[in-house]
Every structure is written in C-alpha cells, then in structure tokens.
Design a protein around this ligand. Sequence first.
Ligand SMILES: [Zn+2]
Length: 265
Amino acid sequence: MKDKQASLRLEEMTFPEVLQAMEADLPIILPVGSIEQHGPHLPLGVDAYTVQDVARRVGALYPAVVAPPLFYGGFSRPRTGGGRQFPGSTGLPDRTLELVTKNILEDWFRQGFRTAVALNGHYENYAPLLSGIELATEPHLETHKALLLNWWAPLTHEETVALFGDAVEDPDTEHASIVETSVMEAIAPQLVRSQFKTDGRAQRKVSYEIFPPPADIIWKHGIGSTAVGSSPEAGEKYLQLAAERIAGILVFEFGAPSSSRGHDG
Ligand SMILES: [Zn+2]
C-alpha cells in the first residue's frame, strides 16, 4: 500500500507541481470506469474503483501523473454489462464519451503533456475512447503519443485461470463474476456484500445484440457467470500483475524513465 501512495495524483497536485511533471515529460493516465450494476454484491462503481487502483499501481512503477477517474462511462449493454434497465446503471451515449475524452486530452496536450494513457475499466467504453483519442492526437502526430487499453488486456485467459481456477469462464461473461469480485475484495472489501455472492448467467446465450433485449438473454442477478469462489488474495495478485504489465508497456512505448523524468515523491 505504501507504494500506491507514491503515485502522483492530479487532483492532489498544485499547478507548479503539474508544470514540473510536464517539464519532466511524464505521461498522464486517465482511468475510465462506469456507473453500472455489478450484481447484488458489488457497488455500481466497480469499474472506476478498479481502474483507479490499477492506475495508481502503474504510477508507482512508472513515473506518471494519475488523473481522477471518469466514473460515468458508456451505456451498459445486455451482453457485456447487463443493460440499462438495472436500477442505477447510468451511462453516456458513445458520442458524449468520445467528446469528453477528446476535450480532456486536448486540454492536457495544450498545456504541455505529450503522452497520455486512457486506462479503461468498462468494456463498452472502448470504441468511443478510441475515437476521442484518435481525434485529440490527430493535430500532433509528430510530437504526441497516446495509448488506450483495457486494464485486464495484458493478461491472458490462461494466466487468469492459473490465478482464479477453472471456475473462471469466458472473459465475455466475467462481469460481476470471480475476477471482478476478487479484485473488489482486494481493493475495498467493505463495499462487497459477501452474503449476496451467487451464480448468475443468462438462460440463453446469444452471439449478437437484440433491442429491446428479451428477458432470457439478461444475466440472472446481473452476474455474467458466477461470483462464487472469489478470492481477495488472487484479486491482489491479479491487480499487481496487470499493473506490472502495463508499466512494461509504458517502458516500451514511452521509453524507460530516466533520472530527468525522476519522481521523488
Ligand atoms: Zn465491471
């Protein structure tokens, strides 16, 4: 936990500190989550809490400024997040998220950041984030670089199974299931209603979208597969491994942090 404190957090910094970070050419990380149902046992903010935690871990391994997460993400969809009919699930249309992403990156680029990472925690955000980043970097192709990745993407399904066991199913239906539950048990156990961990799944699994979504394709309890068998220890290892992989990606894409980029915090 001490290491996590070492990351530079935009909302806690002063403007001269941010100036210093830009002069040291540090990247800035934008964690993007959602307000979306995650079963009867997990809070709506899972994706934002998770991606903020991963971003802070990355910032402790590679000098970077970690911006506060966007809690509002794209619409929840039936096959990837349960859908918008769940009470509390609150999403933005793709064009809004694209514009928000573009506007935020434009501000950072205008002020002097030259590298940025959108770290995504909510499957449905990916396409609008991609458009927003593409549009924001377009005027700076020679001088700026931005990355987009889902925080779990650098880990393979085999690595996930090795940590959590065979009960981990298809990554498509991991929603509110073993991995997300374990990760939340590691980050904020006080927010997990353990007594409601259960099996979910849909009666009918389809490979296409249907609107309006019929009841038999909606996950029972909003859980993609099952939350039974989660483990905070495995969640902690998974978060740390993801952060190490992402820090490795930053080294590869942005270069090894030099002493001039040093962060002494
Ligand atoms: Zn989630």
